[in-house]
Design a protein around this ligand. Sequence first.
Ligand code: 13P
Length: 354
Amino acid sequence: MSADLQAVATKLVANGKGILAADETVPTITRRFEALGIPSTEQSRRTYREMLFTAPGAADYLSGAILQDETIHQESSSGASMARALAERGVTPGIKVDAGTRPLAGAPSETVTEGLDGLRERLAEYRGLGARFAKWRAVFRITEATPSPMCIAANAHALARYAALCQEQDLVPIVEPEVLMDGSHTIERCEEITGAVLHAVFHALFEQGVALEGMLLKPNMVIAGKECSRQAPVHEVATATLRCLRRHAPAAVPGIVFLSGGQNARLATTHLNEINRLPGPKPWKISFSYGRALQDPALEAWHGRDENLSAGQRALYHRASCNGAASVGKYTDEVEAGSPGADDPPHRRDWRDD
Ligand code: 13P
């Protein structure tokens, strides 16, 4: 592994900073836009992403941003590529490289994430376009019978093959095994499944020779299913999440950057803050790589209208600053005060097909 990879991974979890996940595929961002009556065109998606990437001051709290294929090929209105516009602000550009989920043969209610074919060449292209890190998301759904051992094994193997290819191509892999919040499972079951998934993922990473110092882990928090009648309080979520990570995430990994997974914006911040405030050993930096929890208030404020671009940027800045504070355990009501739309309605958080 090159020293560079470790340096990039470490920089992505610099003190008080985290990652903006803005890598929704065209169908997913289109559904989010349509819920607000915003037409989804190449131009409107470009305008929206540029609004996020150029939000004044947000780079103080954002170490990196994850793009997807369309965005990394687009130019900002200054004529620079989107990746360059980010890099000029000190924000490291990254790229989603998985090709989404497909039904898993032999277990059709479950999925495996695809995209390994031709990945080496795509990674080389993205590196040339300015990406310095990549992301691959595997998905696990909790029911009484799932995730099955074969689903865990297939996805762990694919994540590890992806991570090894990234490091070969000089890109830091973000390894994202997401145990979904959908369902009525308890927090205890989420902890059990998240632990089993992380165990399998790190075993596969070891088998594929992935250097842990040059990667980041992007897990879910340990949380009860959305339909579970008992929603655990913040302290319990934080305690269970940290316990699970201590048991299953090696200390050599420089950073853990959570996904928000459909939590509302303030709760995602509160949980991150509480995890960072817990006593005891935390051998990795613990920060965020949020999509919806960073973007939803900004999308709502913008609403597809040019006259709202500044309001959208202020909303993103605010969430980024709150999460930056939470990444060092310094988020308070005072930091939060004045947040536009943080308790946004859940209807735009329900889609995560990529
Ligand atoms: P959410 O924070 O909306 O779950 O999205 C994160 C993500 O997976 C994008 O990479």
